[in-house]
Design a protein around this ligand. Structure first.
Ligand code: AMP
Length: 121
């Protein structure tokens, strides 16, 4: 049940623009970017939603934020700033059921995010 398209990316069964990889996490460019810079940081462990984070997963989730910050520093947008968020279930806008941190950067980002969608219409 936990097999998603992200499992295929982890297993290199489908291509992705991989930015970072270690034993716990993988980061790759989002295929449908919502900002000049938009990539995803995912755990290799297929955790379905934020609601499914088990006590033993807490360090993994923290690691995802650490990876996001390393890439932000390496790419030079850490000081300008960025957003790092996870969507959860239908009302949160989750479409892939393997948790992932969206990292968005490269422009001032509106808040709350739905205003971004209204502006795009
Ligand atoms: P969410 O809607 O929060 O579940 O986010 C899922 C994200 O995965 C979306 O931003 C999609 O554009 C992205 N996505 C889906 N398939 C791929 C893929 N094959 N490679 C890269 N990003 C993908």
């Amino acid at each position: 049940m936990s097999e998603t398209i992200f499992t295929k990316i982890i297993n290199k069964e489908i291509p992705a623009d991989i930015l970072y990889e270690d034993e716990l996490a993988l980061a790759f460019s989002d295929i449908n970017p919502q900002a000049p810079i938009h990539f995803l940081v995912i755990p290799k462990k297929p955790i379905v939603t934020i609601n499914d984070i088990a006590p033993e997963d807490k360090a993994i989730v923290g690691h995802l934020y650490w990876v996001a910050a390393q890439i932000a520093k390496e790419k030079g947008f850490a000081e300008d700033g960025y957003r790092a968020v996870m969507n959860c279930n239908e009302n949160g806008g989750q479409t892939v059921y393997h948790i992932h941190l969206h990292v968005l950067a490269g422009k001032p980002l509106g808040w709350p995010p739905y205003q971004e969608r209204l502006k795009a219409k």
